[in-house]
Design a binder for this molecule. Structure first.
Ligand code: UT7
Length: 333
């Protein structure tokens, strides 16, 4: 059985930079509050008329395919992770298949929110490992900016999120011991409503009611921030350690950790708890905010471009978020 390697990676963020000061003009917040609580200085907002979720996904995917030396015709499967799909249904995977001009291949949408990319990686690598496919395209893409509540009710959430996309092409690794070594997936549905958008879903007889779009209505994300924070700082180290243990490594063997970017304070807490030096963790939240399923591939691409991911490095991807879901992947690059 051959491991799956990330043969190509790519990302795309919209040009439009929205600073904390820009936000403070449209809502009741300040640069000082946002930086102190989250570390975020700016984020990107898409012009959705042009940069739809699947269009951003396609832009990231083209870069990943180029690096992997492949093209849409050769892609065997699409795995698409997002919580902000273009339509309620069908999923964005099929829109990407059309946009890229892939063959009539399978397109799987993954709904695991912040853990979406790692969940997707876990799915994608199985098809490579079993030998069923040679090229699996994995995408994480999010449009948050048009779904946030910018009133006082949602301001603790609105300041966090940003738009963007990341992608990877998985191929069989020809070198033994390289590629994805293991993936670890978890969920705890009893906390589903602690971080969620619940309307308009299919859980009420009256699927849509105008009250849903009032501040505090179910149309907007709700988050019990402190509860999510507490769980995140427990689950991140747990699932990173799980990946290391599974492969017989210690934290000191790790060359780089790319954590999902939820809050810089969470990343710093995890870094400290695990005893990782600054050069072994890569954060992007300052520039892009929390881009959910896109944050890990964006961080991975940036770290790679900065020369922080080298041949033979041991890289860990880890995520925690809505669901709750949490996950990790250990990769020998
Ligand atoms: O990726 C998905 C996973 N998500 C996360 O991991 C997020 C985890 N949680 C967090 O990062 C933090 O809980 C937040 C950054 C979201 C919020 O920080 P917090 O320290 O938990 O603040 P809070 O919501 O408890 O609010 C503290 C105060 C409140 O005022 P009072 O009641 O103390 O007077 C809020 O009304 O700050 C106020 N506040 C704000 N003030 C200015 C809340 N949001 C804002 C804001 N600007 N944007």
């Amino acid at each position: 059985m051959k491991n799956a390697k990330l043969a190509g990676i790519g990302y795309y963020v919209p040009e439009n930079i929205v600073t904390n000061d820009d936000l403070s003009k449209i809502m009741n917040t300040s640069d000082e509050w946002i930086v102190e609580r989250t570390g975020i200085k700016e984020r990107r907002y898409a012009n959705v008329e042009e940069d739809k979720n699947y269009v951003m996904g396609a832009k990231a995917a083209r870069k990943a395919m180029k690096m992997a030396g492949t093209n849409p015709e050769e892609i065997d499967l699409i795995v698409y992770a997002t919580l902000s799909a273009d339509y309620v249904f069908p999923g964005s995977g099929v829109l990407l298949q059309k946009e890229l001009g892939c063959k009539h291949i399978g397109a799987i949408d993954v709904r695991a929110q912040c853990s979406g990319f790692v969940y997707g990686l876990s799915i994608a690598e199985q098809y490579i490992k079993t030998g069923m496919y040679k090229n699996v395209l994995l995408v994480g893409s999010e449009i948050h900016s048009i779904g946030l509540d910018y009133t006082d009710n949602g301001r603790h959430i609105a300041i966090i999120f940003g738009d963007g996309a990341g992608a990877a092409v998985l191929q069989p690794s020809e070198e033994k011991g390289k590629g994805v070594l293991s993936t670890h997936l978890h969920s705890e549905g009893e906390h589903a409503e602690q971080l969620a958008v619940i309307d308009p879903g299919f859980h009420k007889k009256e699927r849509f009611h105008p009250d849903m779009i009032k501040p505090g209505g179910g149309f907007y994300p709700v988050m019990n921030g402190q509860f999510v924070f507490k769980n995140a700082v427990t689950r991140f180290p747990e699932v990173i350690q799980e990946a290391l243990d599974k492969n017989g490594y210690a934290v000191s063997d790790l060359d780089l950790l790319i954590p999902h970017q939820a809050n810089l304070r969470i990343s710093q807490f995890v870094q400290k708890k695990m005893g990782l030096p600054d050069e072994k963790i890569h954060n992007t939240i300052m520039k892009y905010g929390n881009t959910t399923a896109a944050s890990i591939p964006i961080g991975l691409c940036e770290a790679y471009e900065a020369g922080k991911v080298k041949d033979g490095d041991l890289v860990c991807l880890a995520a925690f978020g809505s669901g709750f879901t949490w996950a990790s992947a250990l990769i020998r690059w």
